[in-house]
Design a protein around this ligand. Structure first.
Ligand SMILES: [Zn+2]
Length: 602
């Protein structure tokens, strides 16, 4: 035998040994090899069981964020072979789909992919850790997306461990189908693990961060309160185990991603050292998503189309009203008080009212346009509103409207419990805003069509005081002088802070700032998610120093901050608060609707 023949024989023997293990099962089997973590490269092997000769493999173009991100840009090469090791023809059908031939007896598809997108929506491999949003790196066989599958990780550095909500059964992690697989993030590193039990469920807390940057006992104590408040508010716990993944990088961070059995959250280390409020907020939000969006799910998001956008009118509810619940949960958990709760409400009103687009873009339109959020121009205040911001406010107002219409017999809690009973637990999806309206009317026994027509589908100004009066409050509007740095910057989720507008003729423009510049530092501090608060704390006449990166090396610009009048809102007591209003406010903030005792299915 020649050297080459020996090698071929060995290869064939090895392949049949591998196939002997897998061919018994009809499962699609993945192996992800961390061959070169420091070079951010992984190699993926997919073993396809016997089936049709011609197959197609698709790499998602989006996942998690409602934005097309074209993960195929990172695929270095793709190849395929049969069980004997003979090369099979695999060719591209378009930029994210591959066609395989001769796969009747099964096939082994291999590819190398570059993996270095940080944050909870991304997949990243480096010498410190691997955090994998699997949809970003795993192709699926188009004809077997619903088939059970297994996944293994190889070449994992010796001191790393693996954490994922996936089940580990006889040597591999398994999932019932591709959708479940990619809804399960994977962290591999020398992470720290904490945990607790609450009402019969197991909670894992995986933290990959410098231990001197956080106090685990405080975080775990808050998590305990959050899960207890949320599960009791929903009167439900549709899982036995749930995992929190946290990263606290010293650099830019900020974001959370929901999953059915876990959440991944990134926050800047300095931010959480200063206060746990941001951590509690984002955790409450992502945890509540396990119901709202993961299980209580709009029809327009199902089935997920990994090849193009799933357009939905429901993000004002799925995201925005999740933010409403985030506040309610924190209040119930004792993590914020009533003053902070009302302060947050007034800040949200101020934010919406100061965006001119609140009169030109509806909550539903903002939901449909989510896919444009990656574009700087789209995020300008005259172009768009945020479905998080308006949706959160619609959640608060809908809560008050349901309480009013039902004479305090029902509230937002009953709406969610009703949707949980009638949609989530029955495996059904709801008809976007119509489905929310159906639930609101079912629990209040009233016609709430006007609310949805005017404020959800429509662009009418929300009459805050018509809603707040029910609990003896009103939103007082006043004009305040605020520092005006002469530009607006914003970021696309955890992307860099970029300048989206510069005031014509202003000081910032004179200093040389331009639309599209990336801001790295403000006043000597890294531009993080607190960037806008940093700006708000400045005084008119003060000198601002900003470090920017654009067209050439990083440079520093300085100019004097101007002043500008802005409309601001504060939630206050009405001049005369009646005992009824006081009682309703107590029910709203401290307890629940008087007679609610669970919700039955319709
Ligand atoms: Zn969310």
């Amino acid at each position: 035998m020649t050297k080459q023949a020996i090698r071929r024989a060995l290869q064939a023997a090895l392949c049949s040994a591998i196939l002997a293990v897998f061919s018994a099962a009809s499962d699609v089997s993945y192996t992800v090899s961390l061959d070169a973590p420091e070079q951010h490269r992984v190699q993926v092997q997919i073993i396809l069981p016997p089936g049709t000769a011609a197959r197609e493999l698709q790499l998602p173009v989006w996942n998690a964020l409602y934005q097309i991100r074209d993960f195929a840009q990172f695929v270095n090469w793709v190849r395929a072979k049969d069980r004997a090791g003979n090369t099979l023809l695999i060719r591209q059908a378009n930029d994210s789909r591959w066609q395989l031939e001769g796969a009747a007896d099964g096939a082994i598809v291999e590819y190398q992919i570059y993996v270095d997108s940080f944050g909870p929506f991304g997949a990243q491999v480096n010498s410190h850790h691997a955090f994998l949003n699997l949809a970003q790196i795993l192709m699926y066989p188009v004809d077997a997306r619903d088939a059970p599958l297994t996944i293994r990780f190889s070449h994992v550095p010796g001191d790393w461990r693996i954490a994922t909500p996936l089940q580990f059964v006889s040597g591999a992690y398994s999932a019932e189908n591709y959708d479940r697989l990619v809804d399960s993030p994977v962290e591999m590193s020398a992470f720290h693990e904490f945990g607790f039990d609450e009402a019969g469920a197991q909670y894992r807390v995986i933290i990959d961060a410098d231990p001197t940057d956080y106090e685990s006992d405080k975080i775990v104590a808050n998590l305990h309160k959050i899960v207890a408040a949320a599960t009791s508010w929903m009167n439900d716990r549709p899982f036995d185990a749930y995992t929190f993944f946290y990263h606290f990088p010293r650099g830019p961070a900020g974001g959370g991603m929901e999953h059915a059995y876990s959440t991944a959250i990134d926050l800047n280390a300095l931010t959480i050292r200063r206060s746990l409020y941001p951590l509690n907020s984002v955790t409450s939000h992502e945890f509540f998503h396990l119901w709202n969006v993961k299980r209580i799910r709009p029809q327009t998001l199902e089935p997920v189309d990994y090849t193009k956008e799933n357009f939905t009118r429901a993000l004002w509810f799925s995201e925005g009203v999740t933010s409403t619940a985030e506040e309610i949960i924190q209040l119930r958990a004792g993590l914020i008080d009533e003053k902070q709760f009302l302060l947050r409400l007034s800040e949200q009103i101020t934010e919406l009212e100061n965006r001119p687009a609140h009169l030109t873009q509806s909550a539903e339109e903002s939901s449909l346009d989510a896919w444009l959020e990656g574009f700087d121009y789209y995020r300008r205040p005259e172009r768009s509103i945020s479905y998080y911001n308006k949706g959160e406010l619609l959640g608060f107002m809908l809560d008050l409207a349901i309480r009013d219409a039902s004479h305090d017999k029902a509230s937002l809690r009953e709406l969610f419990q009703w949707m949980n009973a009638n949609y989530a637990r029955r495996g059904r999806f709801f008809d976007d805003s119509n489905g929310v309206r159906e639930a609101a009317e079912a629990v209040s026994h009233a016609d709430l069509g006007w609310f949805f027509t005017k404020y959800v589908a429509g662009r009418e100004e929300i009459p805050w005081n018509d809603f707040l009066r029910y609990v003896g409050l009103h939103a007082e509007q006043f004009s305040i002088s605020v520092p005006d740095p002469g530009f607006i910057a914003s970021r696309n989720f955890d992307g860099p802070m970029s300048v989206i507008a510069v005031t014509p003729g202003g000081e910032a423009e004179r200093a040389g700032l331009q639309v599209g510049d990336i801001i790295t530092e403000v006043q000597g501090k890294a531009a993080s998610e607190e960037f806008n608060q940093q700006l708000a704390l400045m005084n008119t006449g003060e000198t601002i120093s900003v470090k920017i990166r654009s067209r050439g090396p990083e440079r520093e610009l300085r100019w004097k901050v101007a002043g500008r009048e802005e409309v601001s809102y504060q939630i206050r007591d009405l001049d005369k608060v009646t005992p009824e209003q006081r009682a309703r406010r107590a029910a709203w903030l401290k307890g629940e609707a008087e007679t609610s005792s669970g919700v039955s299915a319709k």
